[in-house]
Structure formats: C-alpha cells, structure tokens
Design a protein around this ligand. Structure first.
Ligand code: NAP
Length: 252
C-alpha cells in the first residue's frame, strides 16, 4: 500500500529472509516495500507487498532504477552465492548515496563429527569428485551449476533442483524436482534409499535445508562443501530479517 511520505525500500530477494523482511515492512506504517526477484524459477514464492521480476542491466541499471523510483534504502537479501547482484547493490547504493544493508545468514559450521571437504567453487567440487573413486552423489548446488558435473561419466547422481537444469547434465543421473524445506527423516531416507556416498552442497546456511547435513553425519556420508564467495566491501551486514527491519526503522 502506498502511504503519503512513506519510505520506499527495495529488497533484493529470492530468499526466505527477503520474504520475511518484505512481510515486516509491508505491515509497518510509513514504509513501502518492493521486492526484486531475478526470475530464475518458473513459479517463485512471491513476498508480501509489490514485486518486480528480472535483471536491471548491471549496477548502472539498478542505480537508474533507484533514482527513478525514489528508493530511499536498499536491502541485499539475496542468496549468499548470488555474488554479482550483491556487488551491484553495493555499487548502486554508493552511486546513489542511499543507505544499504545486507542480510547474510550465518554459514553452517561443521560438527566435530563432520569431515567436510571444503572447496572454493562448484567447479572445484566437481574436480574433487573426479579425483575420487567414482560412486553415487547427491547434488544440491542448484540448477545453474549442474553443468560443472556433466563430464563425470563414471559417477551416478541424484540431482535435486527446483526447476530442471537448462545446460548439460551428467550422463547417469536421476532428477529430483523439489524445493524444501526438508526433514531429517526425509533426507535420511533419500540418502539411504539411493545409497549415496557423497553429498555436494553450497554452504548456504539456515535451517530450511540443513537436515541433509545431519542425515549425512548420521549415515557416515561424505560432504563436499562449497565455501561462499567473498562479499563486497563496505556494506553493513546483519544475520536476520528482523535485524534488517530494526536497522531500517532506525533510519527514520
Ligand atoms: P547473480 O549471479 O548474483 O546475478 C546475476 C544477475 O541476475 C544479476 O547481475 C542481475 O541481473 C540478476 N539478478 C540476480 N538477483 C536478482 C534480483 N534479486 N533481482 C533482480 N535481478 C537479479 O545471481 P544468481 O546466483 O543467479 O541468483 C539469482 C537469484 O536467485 C537471486 O535473487 C538469489 O537470491 C536467488 N538464489 C540464488 C541461489 C544461488 O545458489 N546462487 C540460491 C537460491 C536463490 P542484472 O545485472 O541485469 O541486474
């Protein structure tokens, strides 16, 4: 709802935190929230309030949008692996001189019983599998990265994605279309039924999809963990949507 004198906030989303923050702002008098989604999934979960879908055309396009729409604050609530849009948000905020905050959910930390193989990228995760004796892997790194594993012909994969990948896929695989949240029972069943040797995951953090790590630990399944890309300098970050809401309210 548009209110006189309301503060327009643009939330770059595509995450549970983005949806939660949009809900908090939409219910708060004096704020007008618009969420921006990339348009990667066919049936996105739309947040409360206004939404727009699709890219801006880089940092300059985003800066133009901020100016033309009279945006007064920016929130980067994108996924920890969405490095390009995070850089663009930081750059656009600087160019427009609008305050910006990032909601960065804490990364998962290994339990003492875990033996994660940590790698710096999805390509490095594929190289790690290639260096091992071939087996059966559960791939949960997202549809955009599946092609990195396409050459691993000796491995068999369960590929769990929200929408089918559009680029190359490994020859031997089962495609599982699902979007969570997931339970420990469900993840344990998935890993054992498919006799999975290795779980490949990004270190996304959060509770909604973390049951796979507990299931892997309990079943003795190896984990190849892709570490997060670096964040842009100079952007304050908070861990939750509630903290971002508090920060926005303090702007007045
Ligand atoms: P990315 O590589 O950082 O961004 C690539 C381009 O996509 C950006 O330059 C921008 O295009 C556009 N874009 C990304 N997020 C956008 C947003 N929220 N609103 C408008 N345009 C956006 O991003 P990505 O890794 O492909 O992720 C895309 C979206 O999916 C993000 O919103 C993210 O929160 C969500 N997501 C990503 C992952 C993941 O593992 N990467 C997982 C779950 C959800 P322009 O330069 O044209 O503006």
């Amino acid at each position: 709802m548009t209110r006189p004198e309301s503060i327009k906030v643009l939330v770059l989303g595509g995450t549970a935190e983005g949806r939660e923050l949009a809900g908090l702002l939409d219910a708060e008098p004096g704020y007008e929230v618009e969420s921006s989604l990339a348009g990667r999934v066919t049936n996105p979960r739309l947040p409360p309030g206004r939404s727009r879908i699709g890219g801006f055309g880089g940092a300059d396009g985003l800066a133009d949008y901020v100016r033309s729409e009279g945006i007064r604050a920016l929130v980067d609530a994108t996924h920890p692996f969405a490095a390009t849009i995070s850089r663009n948000v930081a750059e656009a905020a600087g160019a427009c001189d609008v305050p910006v905050v990032a909601v960065v959910r804490p990364p998962w930390q290994p339990d003492p019983a875990d033996t994660w193989e940590r790698v710096p990228s999805v390509a490095a995760a594929a190289a790690e599998l290639d260096a091992r004796t071939a087996g059966r892997a559960l791939l949960t790194t997202g549809r955009q990265d599946v092609h990195e594993f396409a050459h691993l012909n000796a491995w068999w994969f369960v590929i769990r994605v929200v929408d089918p990948p559009s680029k190359g896929m490994p020859r031997r695989h089962a495609l599982l279309l699902d979007r969570g949240p997931y339970t420990l029972d469900g993840e344990t069943d998935l890993l054992s039924r498919n006799r999975i040797d290795v779980l490949v995951t990004k270190n996304s953090g959060g509770d909604l999809v973390s049951a796979k790590l507990t299931a892997a630990r309990e079943l003795g399944v190896d984990v190849v963990m892709v570490d997060r890309p670096p964040r842009p300098d100079g952007v304050r970050s908070v861990a939750t949507a509630a903290e971002a809401f508090t920060w926005l309210r303090a702007l007045g």
